[in-house]
Write a protein that binds this ligand. Structure first.
Ligand code: BES
Ligand code: ZN
Ligand code: ZN
Length: 506
C-alpha cells in the first residue's frame, strides 16, 4: 500500500472512503473530525450518524455519502472503551479498517489525522501505530500460488489527510511505520515459505543481500569452519542433514561505534525440525518449517536497523541447519563437546535448538558483548505454559527481562517472565557428561532456559525469548493472517534503540 499526504483543507477532502476510529460510547473524544463531520450537510441530512454504532473494539460500521459526493463513505471502527485503550487497540482497528477496504475493493481510502487527535497518544505515535497495524494487517503470502483467487491489491494507496504540511515528526512516523512493517513482513515471508525453499543457504543469501544493501559485515561459518572452531553442538545437529549448514554472523557497525561492546542477537535457525533420530510424530510435522522464526526475526530487525541507520553496534548470530534423521545423524546417548568446552549428553535429538544456541552463545562471548539476547522457537512446553499468543522471557538480569517485557507490551510482542532458579539445573545432571540436553517434562521451557544459561557467564546480561507459541498462528488474527506472525521483529528493534546496559560488564 502506497501512503501519501494530502495538505488540502478539510473542506476539499475527497476519498472513496474515510477511515475513522472512535471510542465506545464516547464519540466527543475525537473532536476534530466529529465536529467537521457534523458540519457537513450531507452527513446530517443523509445519515443517522453513529446511532446504532457502539464503538466496541473492532466493531465496524459504514456510512454512505450522497451520490457523487466527494466523500463516498465513512468507515467507522471502534476502539472499545477509552479506559482500556492501548496502542494495540489502535493497530487492530486500523487493520480492520483497511481489511474492510479490501473486502469492498476500495482502492484509495483516506485517513484524516484529526481522527487520531483525541487519542491519548501523541500524533506521531498514533499515526505510526495506525500505519503499522494497517500494513501488517493487509499482509498475505501469495508467492507460491499460480492460481490466485484474489489477484487485486486493495487498497492500493492510503491518503493521509493532514490539512497542512506535515511536520518532521509525522513524516518520520510514516517512514518508521513503513520500514517496520517491511521488516515484519520480511520475517513472515521467510517463516511461511517452505523448507525446500528456505534452507540455511537461502537464509545466508538473504543475510548477504542485507549486508550489501546496508554495509553490514558478514561472516559465514560453514560446517568445516564450525568444526575447526570447536562447535561440537552445532555440528552434531547439522551432520544429519544433506543441506549445508551455516552459522551466519551479521554485524551492523556504524562509524564511531567500532570500539563499543555490541548488543548480540542470537536466533534459532532450524529450517526444518524433523526431530532427528528422536523423530517427531508425522501429524503437523509440516509446521516445523517455522523453526527458524528466531533467525527470521533477526533478519527482519536487521533490515529495519539498516534502513533507520541506528547508531549502535549490533551483531546477529544465526545458527542455521536442518534437524534430520539420517545414517550420519547424531544419536541419543552421544556426548558432544561445545565451543565453550563443556560436554553435553544428548537425550533427545529433538532438543536441538538449545544445542545450536549453546555454541552460538559461546561464540558470541568472543565478541565481548554488552548483552546477549537469544530468540527461539524452543519448546512445546512454553506453549503449554503460556498459550500460543505469548512468548516467555528468561534471563540473568531482572532489569533486562523487565525492559523486554515492557517493550514487548508496547509493540504487540507479548512476553511473560519465567524463573531461572538454580535448582532447575538438577534436572539436567548427567552420569557421563557435564549435563544433558533434556530433563523431565515438567517445567520444560524453564529447563531449556537453564540449559542455555550454562553458556552465559553471570556478568554478561542475557535474556532468552521462547517464541514457540506466538511465532505462528493457526487461525487468522487481526494483526496477522494464519501463518507466520513476525513476532519479535519490532521488539528487537526497539530493544536495540531504547535499552542500554546499566552495569559495566567485562
Ligand atoms: N522446535 C521444537 C519446539 C517447538 C514445538 C516449536 C512446537 C514450535 C512449536 C523443539 O526443537 C523441540 O522439538 N522441542 C522439544 C523438546 C523436548 C524434546 C525436550 C519439545 O518441545 O517437545
Ligand atoms: Zn526439536
Ligand atoms: Zn526445534
Amino acid at each position: 500500500m502506497h501512503v501519501h499526504w494530502s495538505i488540502s483543507p478539510l473542506a476539499d477532502w475527497q476519498a472513496e472512503a474515510i477511515l475513522f476510529f472512535t471510542f465506545e460510547d464516547s464519540r466527543p473524544l475525537l473532536p476534530g473530525f466529529v465536529q467537521w463531520l457534523d458540519s457537513q450537510p450531507w452527513w446530517q441530512a443523509e445519515l443517522t450518524p453513529l446511532r446504532d454504532f457502539k464503538g466496541k473494539h473492532q466493531e465496524t460500521s459504514i456510512y454512505y455519502g450522497p451520490r457523487d459526493h466527494c466523500i463516498a463513505r465513512v468507515i467507522c471502527v471502534g476502539l472499545g472503551p477509552a479506559e482500556k485503550f492501548d496502542r494495540e487497540k489502535l493497530r487492530n482497528a486500523a487493520a480492520v479498517a483497511v481489511r474492510k477496504c479490501r473486502e469492498l475493493r476500495i482502492s484509495h481510502p483516506a485517513l484524516p489525522l484529526p481522527a487520531l487527535q483525541g487519542l491519548p497518544l501523541d500524533g506521531a505515535t498514533a499515526l505510526r501505530e495506525a500505519l503499522i497495524g494497517a500494513e501488517t494487517g493487509l499482509y498475505r503470502y501469495g508467492a507460491l500460488k499460480t492460481r490466485n483467487d484474489e489477484p487485486d491489491a486493495f487498497p492500493e494507496t492510503l491518503c493521509l489527510l493532514a490539512g497542512q504540511e506535515p511536520g518532521d515528526d509525522l513524516q518520520e512516523a510514516l517512514n518508521d511505520a513503513q520500514r517496520t512493517a517491511r521488516g515484519i513482513c520480511l520475517a513472515r515471508d521467510l517463516v511461511v515459505a517452505p523448507a525446500n525453499i528456505v534452507t540455511p543457504r537461502f537464509l545466508a543469501d538473504k543475510a548477504r543481500e542485507l549486508a550489501h544493501q546496508f554495509a553490514f559485515q558478514m561472516q559465514l561459518i560453514d560446517l568445516d569452519a564450525a568444526r575447526r572452531m570447536g562447535m561440537g553442538l552445532f555440528t552434531a545437529v547439522a551432520q544429519g542433514s544433506r543441506e549445508p549448514a551455516y552459522m551466519i554472523v551479521l554485524e551492523h557497525r556504524p562509524r564511531g561505534t567500532e570500539e563499543d561492546r555490541p548488543l548480540v542477537l542470537i536466533g534459532k535457525g532450524i529450517t526444518f525440525d524433523a526431530g532427528g533420530i528422536s523423530i517427531k510424530p508425522s501429524s503437523k510435522m509440516e509446521l516445523m518449517k517455522h523453526d527458524m522464526a528466531g533467525a527470521a526475526a533477526i533478519l527482519g530487525a536487521f533490515q529495519i536497523i539498516g534502513e533507520m541507520k541506528l547508531a549502535r553496534r549490533i551483531v546477529g548470530i544465526l545458527p542455521c541447519t536442518e534437524n534430520m534423521p539420517d545414517g550420519k545423524a547424531y544419536k541419543p546417548g552421544d556426548v558432544l563437546r561445545s565451543m565453550s568446552g563443556v560436554t553435553v549428553e544428548v537425550i533427545s535429538t529433538d532438543a536441538e535448538g538449545r544445542l545450536i544456541l549453546g555454541d552460538a552463545l559461546a561464540y558470541a562471548l568472543d565478541l565481548k558483548p554488552c548483552a546477549m539476547v537469544d530468540i527461539a522457537t524452543l519448546t512445546g512446553a512454553c506453549i503449554v505454559a503460556l498459550g500460543d499468543r505469548v512468548g516467555a522471557v528468561m534471563g540473568n538480569e531482572d532489569a533486562l527481562v523487565a525492559k523486554i517485557q515492557e517493550i514487548g507490551m508496547q509493540v504487540g510482542d507479548r512476553l511473560w517472565p519465567l524463573p531461572q532458579w538454580d535448582f532447575y539445573f538438577d534436572d539436567l545432571k548427567s552420569d557421563v557428561a557435564d549435563f544433558k540436553n533434556v530433563g523431565e517434562r515438567k517445567g520444560g521451557a524453564i529447563v531449556a532456559g537453564i540449559f542455555l544459561k550454562q553458556f552465559v557467564p553471570d556478568h554478561v546480561p542475557w535474556a532468552h525469548l521462547d517464541i514457540a507459541g506466538p511465532a505462528w498462528t493457526e487461525k487468522d488474527l487481526v494483526s496477522a493472517p494464519k501463518g507466520a506472525t513476525g513476532f519479535g521483529v519490532r521488539l528487537l528493534v526497539d530493544l536495540a534503540r531504547r535499552w542500554h546496559p546499566t552495569k559495566q560488564c567485562g
